[in-house]
Ligand binder design. Structure first.
Ligand code: HXC
Ligand code: NAP
Length: 287
């Protein structure tokens, strides 16, 4: 597994980057690498104590600057306050990663309408709230901008048992492409990353709880036979935030070890057939 940092030193020097859901999991991993590459970081989510703990740890690990702001992305006034706080602190903002999410597994007919709301509001509304506030700021001030949305591979396909998340992530993907087409002329890029499984406490506790694990093994679906490493995702996100990717706009990059295509291919599960049966079939063909 190649999990070394990828970009050259200073690749994000002086860029101010905001990451929603930046106190935990993949948001934290992407944030850490941004700071290592010279960025100034703002991490934001609902739980200020978690954010502060992460900021202290990241500053210690990197020697860089990390600012925390409590903000529920579902509330537009809180998003505007978070943007203002960022500008007061650093005087500029260069990029936004819409990473905050909510999710759980459940047959759809068992969900209340409020359960549907809570996921769609965090994922889709949260993403458009932040994109709108930041986009307005960049456009009003004639400044370039960069939006990176973290979706999932089932934003492309849909998926049973996570219908609210799939609907919301699909919406985020459509928003990504819409804003790329519309705001590209204003020098605002908008791209997405669709990760496959990258173990985090937040995702695993909700999507693969122990009771479910005895029935499904996500590793079996991944042609590369392993989960993603956080640094691999951090490398990709840093590239898409950096000026090295200046001509990439409206793209969704899948990083999943081939998982979703494996699920889609009609005959790929023939891999479950034992070698002895292939030998037998080959012999019969020879006759
Ligand atoms: C069914 C549920 C539920 C569950 C909550 N609800 N959990 N319904 N199954 N497991 C229902 C509640 O009963 C309630 O409806 C409504 O949803 C709101 O619930 P609250 O607990 O009040 O909401 P809130 O406190 O805002 O919490 C939001 C949350 C929570 C989404 C439920 O899990 C959360 O805060 N998650 C944030 C982090 C997260 O989910 N990370 C994972 C991202 S992973 P009623 O009708 O009872 O009022 C990811 C990976 C994708 O996206 C791909 C991986 C391979
Ligand atoms: P995570 O650690 O649970 O991250 C989710 C973050 O969202 C938390 O920090 C949470 O912080 C924040 N959040 C939730 N509701 C919020 C709200 N209303 N306002 C602001 N912040 C909110 O899970 P993760 O695995 O790192 O997931 C990160 C992203 O990657 C998500 O978009 C997820 O869909 C995507 N993803 C993950 C995987 C994977 O395998 N891990 C695969 C595909 C896609 P608070 O609770 O403090 O608000």
């Amino acid at each position: 597994m190649y999990n070394e940092p990828m970009l050259k030193e200073g690749a994000l020097e002086n860029k101010v980057i905001v990451i929603t859901g930046g106190g935990t999991g993949l948001g934290r991993a992407m944030g850490k690498y941004c700071v290592q590459l010279g960025a100034k970081l703002v991490i934001t989510s609902r739980k200020i104590d978690v954010l502060q703990e992460t900021a202290t740890a990241l500053e210690k690990e990197t020697g860089g600057k990390v600012v925390t702001v409590a903000c529920d992305v579902r509330k537009y006034d809180e998003v505007e306050r978070m943007l203002k706080h960022t500008l007061n602190e650093f005087g500029r903002v260069d990029a936004l990663i819409n990473n905050a999410a909510g999710n759980f597994v459940m047959p759809t007919e068992r969900l209340s309408h409020r359960a549907f709301d809570v996921v769609v509001d965090i994922v889709l509304k949260g993403t458009y709230n932040c994109s709108l506030a930041f986009g307005k700021y960049w456009i009003e001030n004639n400044l370039p901008g960069n939006i990176l949305n973290i979706v999932t591979t089932y934003a492309l396909t849909g998926s049973g048992y996570v219908a609210p998340s799939a609907a919301a992530k699909g919406g985020v993907l459509a928003l990504t492409r819409s804003l790329a087409a519309e705001w590209g002329r204003k020098n605002i890029r908008c791209n997405a990353i669709a990760p496959g499984p990258f173990p985090t406490e937040g995702a695993w506790s909700r999507l693969f709880p122990e009771e479910v694990q005895q029935y499904v093994d996500p590793l079996k679906r991944i042609p590369l036979g392993r989960y993603g490493n956080h640094q691999e995702l951090a490398n990709l996100s840093a590239y898409l935030l950096s000026d090295f990717s200046a001509y990439i706009n409206g793209e969704v990059v899948v990083i999943d070890g081939g998982e979703w295509l494996h699920g889609a291919g009609q005959f790929t599960n023939l891999e479950n057939i034992p070698q002895s049966l292939w030998d037998q079939l080959e012999k019969m063909r020879g006759k």
